[in-house]
Design a protein around this ligand. Structure first.
Ligand code: APR
Ligand code: PHB
Length: 389
């Protein structure tokens, strides 16, 4: 077996990369460890930057997003009884689209099935060979049989725990990051959202977020201590805690309903450098993780794929290597900016177990500056709608 580009992982990064390459006439195979239903069962964030939405449209994958996604011109912060709306359109000239990552994954899976491009689900023990030379290959186990595919390039879009980064040479790979001493407990319910826009709330009991998937489906989160288990939270306990952390008028509009999904996600900031090792490239969560506070994870993955697909197309079609040589630096510049923003938003809006009175005052002052200064709000809005690609 042979292909031009072997892609590991069928999350949004791997599927979108496969989609763009297939449309450009470049043969590719996706190897995914799980089966498709497991991939689609993951509930993750749901805010697309304006540039991400445009990118999906440009590659012919935006129809359902445009029909069912919710354009949002702003969001609000609540901070110890005060409230501030961040007018994204007025301050940054753009809006975001609320459309679940699961739906994007589904749209990409359907487009891939229709294109006839090859995807192997249930690929176990994926291993990468020879990427430091000219003839890389990927091996895996499928129903007890070991298979091998030769290729020109390997793209690891296999998430934080994938084999791509783990295969990178230790002498070259640098890893930076921190874990936060808390997680987000998230609940998905079939009930109308409390508000028409997102609300991020800081409260002395911890952070809370009101988000949504549609006019009839809400997504809520509360900050919980590290190690907390979702099964220890009944729906009643969750909604009680959520409401205590929200401004009264919003709390009154929260409609408790039986949870369709409930899970705890740890919070982490992480960057691996570089994002290229010979003929092996990293994209998406395989290379970097942001805490979800800025809603950047999916957008960074799509941005990486934009740069990487252009670079591979230029190399494979025209023999032009400048794109693949510049990929890592170009992607990382954007990644570090989003890392800083997500880290700062997380710091501002969460209760840290070891927070000193001084640090608390600094956060009060930061919020006061956002209230007082249009320039400060504009900087926040610019980051939230995302840097241009
Ligand atoms: N072999 C094959 N597939 C693997 C392996 C492996 N060794 N390890 C992981 N995978 C698969 C996972 O099962 C998953 O389907 O790779 C895929 C990685 O997908 P994601 O974790 O969704 O990562 P990515 O596509 O980069 O998407 C980034 O996901 O975590 C969120 O916030 C993040 O929204 C962002 C998005
Ligand atoms: C979500 O809807 O899941 C969501 C929205 C905004 C975030 C994080 C998650 O910042």
């Amino acid at each position: 077996m042979r292909t031009q580009v072997a892609i590991i992982g069928a999350g949004p990064a791997g599927l979108f990369l496969g989609h763009v390459l297939t449309r450009a006439g470049i043969d590719n195979v996706i190897l995914e460890r799980r089966d498709a239903s497991r991939v689609l069962a993951r509930i993750r964030a749901g805010v697309l930057e304006a540039g991400s939405a445009d990118l999906l449209r440009k590659h012919g994958i935006g129809a359902r997003m445009d029909a069912e996604g919710l354009p949002h011109d702003g969001f609000s912060l609540a901070f110890g009884g005060r409230r501030l709306r961040v007018d994204l359109r007025g301050l940054a000239g753009a809006s975001v689209v609320v459309y679940g990552q699961t739906e994007i994954t589904r749209d990409l899976m359907e487009a891939r099935a229709a294109s006839g491009a090859r995807t192997v689900y249930g690929a176990e023990d994926v291993a990468i060979e020879g990427f430091e030379g000219d003839a890389p290959a990927v091996t895996w186990r499928e129903g007890g049989v070991v298979r091998r595919i030769g290729c020109d390039y390997v793209c690891a879009c296999d998430g934080f725990h994938g084999v791509g980064r783990a295969s990178a040479p230790r002498a070259t790979l640098r890893e930076h990051g921190r874990a936060y001493p808390f997680g987000w407990l998230g609940v998905l319910v079939d009930a109308p959202p409390a508000d028409h826009e997102l609300l991020y709330a800081r409260h002395e009991r911890g952070f809370a977020l009101c988000s949504m998937r549609s006019a009839t489906r809400s997504r809520y989160y509360v900050q919980v201590p590290e190690g907390e288990r979702a099964q220890d939270w009944s729906d009643a306990r969750f909604f009680d805690e959520l409401r205590r952390r929200l401004p009264d008028d919003v709390a009154e509009r929260v409609t408790p309903a039986p949870s369709l999904e409930k899970s705890v996600a740890p919070l982490r900031s992480f960057v691996a450098e570089p994002m290229r090792f010979g003929r092996l490239f990293l994209a998406g969560d395989a290379a970097h993780i942001v805490p979800p506070t800025g809603a950047k994870g999916l957008n960074l993955a799509l941005g990486d794929v934009h740069y990487l697909s252009e670079a591979l197309i230029a190399r494979i079609r025209d023999g032009d290597e400048t794109g693949i040589d510049g990929y890592s630096a170009k992607a990382l510049a954007r990644v570090w900016r989003a890392e800083r923003f997500s880290w700062r938003m997380t710091g501002l809006m969460h209760e840290f177990p070891d927070e000193t009175p001084f640090e608390r005052r600094m956060k009060d002052a930061e919020f006061a500056e956002l209230e007082a200064s249009r320039a400060a709000r504009a900087a926040l809005a610019e980051n939230y709608v995302g840097a241009p690609l």
